[in-house]
Structures are given as structure tokens and as C-alpha cells.
Design a protein around this ligand. Structure first.
Ligand code: HEM
Length: 307
């Protein structure tokens, strides 16, 4: 039987809505959750039929506490756990509660709005929305810091290898770990840096997105610390978002991975540092306000939850 993963490997597009919901009830949630699972399949199929060129998809992730509250299968996916904070001497990757995560993508913004609205109608009586982030494509896929974000992502078949669970966890094969963090940037401090200094923070050139040679790249640059080896990669689809007039601009960091340990390794390098204390300089300009791990089951599992 073929396994249908949710659309975790889709390539970046123009518009995204990220939503996090927390259950407010214990008893009535199962019925709403079933309807939601059925809806996700329906909306994805409908998107493929109605807007084949708009790269529209919706991915549902389920949090650790919610998995248990909903009596979903045990044993759990091998690396599924509640995310615990990772605290360095200066910066902390905080942990926040998230029961359900929705990743709604489309080049057509209207699709994102309507899908978010239909989903909200189902959830609103049993859960509260704790995050709703509208992400946008900024120029040629740049983060709001002005650097291209996503270049070193796995491409082609590597996306499947690094983004989706394989034979190492047979029952959950085709699923994926989903980790998200909402960062707010200190744009004033960032913009006060000269471009060559910003480039040292990221480890790449700003205009043409070229990686610095190893002998030049600072050991506390983002690309030095986030790179934990060619065998340990994740699939990222970060989006900028924010409020321009109040200067509250951010990055919604989102990663799909076949192994959550890889994400933890990257976070440890960034926040605690490698060696310890040599933390990622991007954090002097970027503060995470959320941090949650979710599990993304296959469409077949969602079908079984929905029936
Ligand atoms: C690379 C931005 C947080 C993992 C990059 C690059 C940029 C960037 C501009 C260079 C281009 C590229 O390869 O994509 C950001 C921003 C963040 C953020 C603005 C939030 C403030 C994170 C976090 C992780 C991470 C939390 C991991 C948990 C990576 C990885 C690379 C990368 C693995 C590729 C490194 C390489 O192999 O060269 N990021 N990032 N990033 N980032 Fe981030």
C-alpha cells in the first residue's frame, strides 16, 4: 500500500497562514477533531482540483498533550515529546503549548483566508486560537532581515529523506516532526549594522546569497552553527510577517524533519553554542516568543482519525 504524506515537502510559495489552537475543553473535542481531520483531506483535494497552479495545501500537526487527550495511537512516534526549553547563557529557546498547528499555503491569499475560516468554524467552540500569523513572500524569498532564507534546504529526493519518517519507525512511516518558533526581530539594532557586519552574522553575502568560505565565515554565524552536518538536515519554510508601523517584524520559523533530534541539535548549537558560549549571533537580533513540537500524521492516519 502506498503511503500518502501530508504536503510537508511543498516548495515555498507566496502566502501562508500559520495557526496554533489550544483545546479549551476535554470532552467535546473528539467530534470536532474528527471533523477537522476529514476537512483537511477534503480541502487539500479541492485545492488540487480548483487551483492546480496555486501551490495550495494545508498541513495539520498535533501537539504532544493533544495526542494523549485525543487518545491517539500508542506507542507514540519514537521522538515525539513535549518540547522543553533550551537555555543558553544569554538566549533561551522557550517552550509554549500548542495542541493543533495549521500550515496553510497558497500563492492565492484568498485561498488561505477561506481555508483558515472554515477550519476556525470547526474549532472555535472547543479551542482557542493562540497564534494566527500571516506570512508573506518577501522579494526573492528573503527573510525580513534582508537575506535569502532557504537556500541550503534539501532539494529533490533529499527532501523526502530528511523531511519524512522512513523505516526507522514503521508504524509512523510517512509522518513528520514539525517544529515552529515565532521570532520577533530587533530591526532597529539590525539595521544599524553595516551590510558587511550583517553578512558576518548570517555567514553569507546579502545581495547575491553566496556562502562565505570556511576560513572567513565566523564560527558564531548562523550558517556555521545551524549546519550540523551533511547527514543531518531539515526542511524549512520560514516566512516573514509583522506590523511595519510598529516595527514588530518577525520570522515564523517552521521545520519538518524525519528526526526531531536533528532540530534539537541545531537549537542546542544556536542557543547554547558550539563550543558552549559561542552562540548564534542571529539571536542578538531575534527573540523566540513561542516554541512547540507537533507530529504530522499521514493522510491515511488522518482518515482513520476522521472516521
Ligand atoms: C540557514 C534565517 C532560525 C536552521 C539560514 C539562512 C538564513 C536563515 C538567512 C541562510 C540561507 C539558507 O540556507 O537558508 C533564519 C532566521 C531565523 C532562523 C531569520 C530566525 C530568526 C533557524 C533555526 C534553525 C535554523 C531556529 C534550526 C533549528 C537553519 C539551517 C540553515 C539555515 C539548517 C542552513 C545552514 C547551512 O547548511 O548552511 N537561516 N534562520 N534556522 N538555518 Fe536559519
Amino acid at each position: 500500500m502506498s503511503i500518502n504524506s501530508q504536503n510537508v515537502l511543498d516548495y515555498p510559495n507566496n502566502n501562508t497562514i500559520f495557526m496554533v489552537w489550544n483545546f479549551t475543553q476535554k470532552d467535546a473535542i473528539k467530534d470536532s477533531f474528527k471533523r477537522l481531520c476529514a476537512l483537511i483531506g477534503n480541502l487539500n483535494n479541492s485545492a488540487n482540483t480548483r487551483f492546480p497552479n496555486s501551490k495550495a495545501s494545508i498541513v495539520l500537526g498535533i501537539g504532544y498533550e493533544a495526542w494523549q487527550l485525543l487518545n491517539l495511537p500508542v506507542p507514540l512516534p519514537k521522538e515525539f515529546e513535549a518540547f522543553v526549553p533550551i537555555a543558553g547563557t544569554k538566549h533561551t529557546a522557550v517552550a509554549t503549548k500548542g495542541d493543533l498547528h495549521l500550515h496553510i499555503r497558497s500563492d492565492t491569499y484568498s485561498f488561505c483566508i477561506d481555508a483558515a475560516s472554515t477550519i476556525s468554524e470547526i474549532l472555535t467552540d472547543v479551542a482557542e486560537s493562540v497564534e494566527e500569523i500571516h506570512g508573506f513572500r518577501y522579494w526573492d524569498s528573503r527573510s525580513i532581515l534582508g537575506f535569502v532564507d532557504g537556500t541550503e534546504n534539501p532539494q529533490g529526493e533529499d527532501r523526502q529523506y530528511f523531511g519524512i519518517i522512513g523505516d526507522e519507525d514503521p508504524y509512523y512511516k510517512g509522518g513528520s516532526y514539525l517544529f515552529v518558533q515565532k521570532y520577533i526581530h530587533d530591526m532597529r539594532a539590525w539595521k544599524s549594522l553595516k551590510v558587511d557586519e550583517q553578512e558576518k552574522v548570517i555567514g553569507r553575502s546579502k545581495a547575491d546569497d553566496i556562502e562565505m568560505p570556511d576560513e572567513v565565515k565566523p564560527s558564531n554565524s548562523h550558517s556555521a552553527l545551524a549546519n550540523v552536518g551533511d547527514e543531518l538536515k531539515i526542511v524549512r519554510d520560514n516566512m516573514p510577517f509583522g506590523n511595519v508601523s510598529t516595527n514588530q517584524m518577525g520570522t515564523y520559523f517552521i521545520a519538518y524533519a524525519s528526526s526531531f533530534n536533528t532540530v534539537k541539535k541545531m537549537l542546542t548549537n544556536m542557543f547554547i553554542g558550539s563550543p558552549i558560549g559561542n552562540y548564534d549571533r542571529i539571536l542578538d537580533f531575534s527573540t523566540p516568543h513561542t516554541g512547540s513540537l507537533f507530529f504530522v500524521p499521514t493522510f491515511e492516519m488522518l482518515d482513520s482519525f476522521g472516521s
